[in-house]
Design a protein around this ligand. Structure first.
Ligand SMILES: NC(=O)c1ccc[n+]([C@@H]2O[C@H](COP(=O)([O-])OP(=O)(O)OC[C@H]3O[C@@H](n4cnc5c(N)ncnc54)[C@H](OP(=O)(O)O)[C@@H]3O)[C@@H](O)[C@H]2O)c1
Length: 273
């Protein structure tokens, strides 16, 4: 999702973009083949490499830590080191899950302390990219949202049909629009900035809050929102942290980019539909 959105964003800026794929039938001049499970280090030269490909599901990493670590850490760092050796600036997309989710608005200077395998893999990949010095950057993200997200599509479909939905009152997110991720990424790429950066929503609120805003703004009956609990759903404990927000003081002072308010992000989803 994010890699595709970034590729579109950079193309719109007039940049030359190559987006890798692991699907042989999609390989062409602008889509070189790359399988991070066994990367062939013959990628075309680039000024900036954005490491967006990953197994990004917490449950998948818990279930198969060995295979997913090969992709999210070993393959990712092999590409990072190879492309850095060719002179490219490297940007790794990382996650709030590098932290354990017990504290809101984590500082970029806080030491990572992940509570799940996905987070441990992200923390290991972060360390490898940061070891590249000023040539390496890490961008930690919370839940990135855009209208095409399956959950939002399902909610909209059900609400439009007058059917109840059951968002969780005890599952939290600090949503950030994919456009803001593209904006921060653009600054990092333009400046070839090294170090750690954050892009998250400004506050952690529940999925019920998100559903209520979306329903109200779209004119659906709020009674159709029937809160449930994630305790009864098949969601790994590690995927239910209380806090996912990260502080963005550096991004604010350097580029004037602040963490968006919860409502603002929810409304941006509706506006883009
Ligand atoms: N989305 C979020 O809310 C969020 C939040 C925090 C951090 N992040 C991070 O941001 C990055 C992008 O996330 P996303 O949501 O865009 O993920 P996504 O939609 O799941 O996309 C991941 C991409 O990685 C590719 N991929 C998976 N295994 C691969 C392999 N072995 N070799 C090459 N490519 C492989 C997938 O290819 P196929 O299309 O072939 O499956 C897919 O295109 C990830 O690093 C993720 O950890 C995302």
């Amino acid at each position: 999702m994010i890699g595709a959105a970034l590729a579109d964003h950079f193309k719109a800026l007039g940049w030359q973009v190559q987006a890798t794929t692991r699907r042989q039938d999609q390989v062409d001049d602008n889509h070189p083949f790359l399988d991070l499970a066994s990367p062939r280090l013959d990628l075309p030269a680039a000024d900036v490499v954005i490491l967006a490909a990953a197994v990004a599901r917490i449950g998948a990493c818990e279930k198969d830590p060995v295979a997913t670590r090969r992709i999210n850490v070993d393959g990712t760092l092999a590409v990072a080191e190879y492309m850095a050796g060719q002179g490219a600036h490297i940007l790794l997309l990382s996650s709030d899950k590098a932290f354990d989710g017990t504290v809101p608005l984590r500082a970029r200077t806080d030491t990572p302390g992940p509570a799940c395998e996905y987070g441990r893999q992200k923390a290991a990949a972060e360390a490898g990219v940061l070891a590249l010095g000023e040539q390496g950057a890490v961008l930690r993200l919370s839940k990135v949202v855009e209208p095409s997200l399956e959950l939002l599509q399902d909610w909209a479909k059900d609400l439009a049909a007058g059917q109840a939905i059951t968002p969780f009152h005890d599952l939290y997110l600090a949503p950030v629009p994919v456009e803001l991720v593209a904006e921060v990424t653009t600054h990092i790429a333009e400046e070839c900035a090294g170090g750690i950066y954050h892009c998250t929503g400004g506050e952690d609120r529940s999925y019920v809050d998100l559903a209520r805003i979306l329903a109200m703004e779209s004119g659906y009956d709020p009674a159709l929102i029937q809160p449930g609990s994630c305790q009864t759903a098949d969601i790994p404990a590690a995927a239910r942290p209380r806090y996912t927000s990260l502080e963005m003081t550096l991004e604010q002072s350097r580029w004037g980019i602040a963490a968006p308010a919860f409502e603002a992000t929810a409304l941006s989803i509706i506006k883009r539909k």
